[in-house]
Design a protein around this ligand. Sequence first.
Ligand SMILES: *Cc1c(COP(=O)(O)O)cnc(C)c1O
Length: 484
Amino acid sequence: MKLIFEKSVQGRRGFRLPASDVNVKAEIPAKYLRVNDAQLPEVSELDAVRHYTHLSQKNFSIDTHFYPLGSCTMKYNPKFTEGLARVSSFMNLHPLLPQLEGGETLTQGALEVLYDLEQLMCAMTGFDAFTLQPLAGAHGELTGIMLMAAYHQSKGNKKKYIIIPDSAHGTNPASAAIAGYETISIPSDKNGNMDLAKLKEAITPEVAGLMMTVPSTLGLFENNIDEIAKLIHGVDGIMYYDGANLNAVLGRCRPGDIGFDVMHINTHKTFTTPHGGGGPGAGPVGVNKKLEKFLPISRVIRRSNGQFALSYDFPDSIGYIAPFYGNFGLLIRAYGYILMLGKQGLIDTTNHAVLNANYMKERLKPYYKLAYERICMHESVFSATLQADRGVHAIDLAKYLIDQGVHPPTVYFPLIVPEAIMIEPTESESKPVMDEFIDFMIQADQLSKDNPAVFKDFPKTMPISRPDEVKAARDIKTSFFHHS
Ligand SMILES: *Cc1c(COP(=O)(O)O)cnc(C)c1O
């Protein structure tokens, strides 16, 4: 491993694989070498196939069930784009090829896809340039904050704080802290907007910028963006748009037009690339002219002869943020999805995502307390306090839903809503599927009146009923087989 790494950092054209006759044993200190043979289980191929097939059938996925997990946007991943990512001339490209002599010619198609996708993202968001490298939404946030820091450094600004409303996604303060800033939290007002008076109190020349999740984790569009942007720009701060949930506004408004300087997109939410067990993701970052020169390298450029190339010639760049060109397979899927739908298709998608969320909100609000009585965007947030008063909490309702064969909505998030239940149907779902879910929720409410005690036993249909989640997190078993 060390050998490969050293060779790979020798330089773009200096990469060589280690010779196959390297004596691995000689390189590993004796204390790390195995003394006894590994006690591996001996099973037949058929037993192994059955084991893994049964495991796979226990998986819960959007391909099998309704999955209204708010904020996460578990929408359908079209099989068409899966096929595109498996086209052999994409799939079999070696990531080092563009850097090798003559490699640029062989990778024109792949480079053009990346270039074109960046252009499409600029057009959809109103920004001037994009990097496709970040490997998740949160990684995009970190990249964006690093760009912010580079901007302030280049201007000799002394900055210390990033302002974040309490309705932001939890990754926002985490990203700001990892990048070395202190965070200031601003409460929401009674309508779910940022409290402007509190914001004004927090603004000082030491404010580096503001990170805003739009729509917020309350599923609401912030009403005072113009004024907030003016206040932040007034102290030469940078406006960051958490666009993980761009699927709520795509085609209807562009972050770059309404006062933001930098944003990230989650391709695994807005552009239907798979979430895959917490990864792999892709979190492209867009910027306006203020921040463009700091974007990570490499960047895809188009030469005057029309040829595409990778350029490392950006002296103000913050450097590498991820190996190679980001999660290329996901970027291909996102590109295919965007082209497949086209402009009108994407606008229709947004309209349906918002319509579906509002439909479910209106039908459920006679039974569950709505956190904010407003038109919602792609998701709505309820507060199960009526049910909690009967002894049935959001977690109990979630466990009930599991037995009905649907994935529960997000519960206990956002933190600022007690007994939160956050429902995001996405545009993929049909009315009958949503109606069935609404019926389950209405039945659950009725049951909470008739027989609240039964909830403690749900779910009854799963291999594991109610794990001790604290113990599960602290006492992790990573291996199925134990040797003593
Ligand atoms: C999902 C999400 C993120 C984090 O994205 P990851 O790809 O999971 O890192 C950030 N912000 C918001 C608003 C999100 O919904």
